[in-house]
Ligand binder design. Structure first.
Ligand code: HEC
Ligand code: HEC
Ligand code: HEC
Ligand code: HEC
Length: 166
């Protein structure tokens, strides 16, 4: 029964969104997890010369070390060269950072399908009247170094009454 309801819900969403976006599905997603102050990228990049050469960055973004099929590619395979506030798909289509899952989905098709169905990567919200939200792939995976690292063990969860001192 739960599954049937879920299915109806998904169809409902799909229909709702396909009405507004005829080309492809859009999903209500969490905000892109940018570091503070980095976006809009065009603050710096507008008017900056585009350097397409694969190199070690020395002046900025020095903490980014590509470790994601890096032999075959470079930053500008994903980031739009002349509009740095956007991402670029392999076919040249320009998309927003809120749709980065489409970028990932180009190569990780099976996971992308699972994600859309809510099997891979969880969705939050819904039951208390809030909007259902999908996490972006990049909420969990670093796009530059995505292999999941074992996390440090977390301290035990704090119960709400402890947290809020009730
Ligand atoms: C596989 C595609 C891909 C490649 C290759 C890639 N990026 Fe990214 N990058 C992304 C995505 C997707 C995001 C958005 C993350 C988010 O939503 O917060 C991002 C975010 C960023 C950000 C913002 C980071 C922050 O701290 O919030 C910077 C800066 C950046 N990329 C620079 C680079 C540079 C420089 C390279 C090359 C060395 C590169 N990217 C290669 C996909 C890519
Ligand atoms: C504070 C200024 C600043 C901001 C903000 C900034 N960048 Fe950059 N970015 C630079 C500089 C400077 C370089 C060149 C670094 C070098 O050559 O060592 C660079 C290089 C890059 C490159 C390598 C390719 C190229 O054109 O040289 C990518 C990709 C990139 N930035 C993406 C982003 C993205 C995506 C964002 C926003 C999420 C962003 N940057 C925000 C200053 C900035
Ligand atoms: C152009 C194709 C391509 C795109 C686009 C791409 N990936 Fe990948 N991804 C690969 C390949 C190839 C590997 C395996 C090689 C490696 O890990 O360097 C990989 C590895 C991974 C892994 C590690 C898998 C493991 O075995 O642990 C994750 C997680 C991942 N990608 C997530 C993402 C996310 C998230 C995005 C979008 C920001 C993305 N990928 C975009 C091709 C791609
Ligand atoms: C809520 C967090 C979360 C979200 C969102 C998420 N993932 Fe993952 N992903 C994980 C975790 C955790 C693992 C490791 C699972 C394991 O090792 O069994 C993983 C594993 C992977 C792997 C490697 C495992 C395999 O079967 O090859 C790839 C590739 C991947 N994710 C891609 C994606 C893409 C693409 C998206 C978005 C369409 C995405 N993920 C969204 C948490 C997430």
């Amino acid at each position: 029964m739960k599954r049937v309801l879920l299915l109806i819900f998904l169809v409902f969403i799909a229909v709702g969104f396909s009405a507004s976006a005829a080309q492809h599905d859009e999903y209500p997603v969490a905000s892109p997890p940018f570091s503070e102050g980095i976006f809009p990228c065009s603050n710096c990049h507008a008017g900056m010369e585009v350097n397409t050469k694969k190199r070690e960055l020395k002046d900025e973004h020095t903490s980014i070390k590509l470790h994601h099929a890096e032999k075959e590619r470079w930053c500008l395979d994903c980031h739009h060269a002349s509009n740095r506030d956007k991402l670029k798909l392999a076919d040249g289509e320009i998309i927003n950072f809120t749709e980065s899952y489409r970028l990932c989905g180009q190569c990780h098709g099976n996971i992308y399908r699972d994600w859309k169905a809510g099997i891979h990567g969880k969705r939050v919200g819904s039951f208390r009247g809030g909007k259902r939200t999908y996490f972006l792939c990049v909420n969990c995976h670093n796009p530059h170094d995505p292999k999941f690292k074992p996390l440090k063990p977390e301290p035990p969860p704090i119960r709400p009454e402890q947290q809020y001192g009730k």
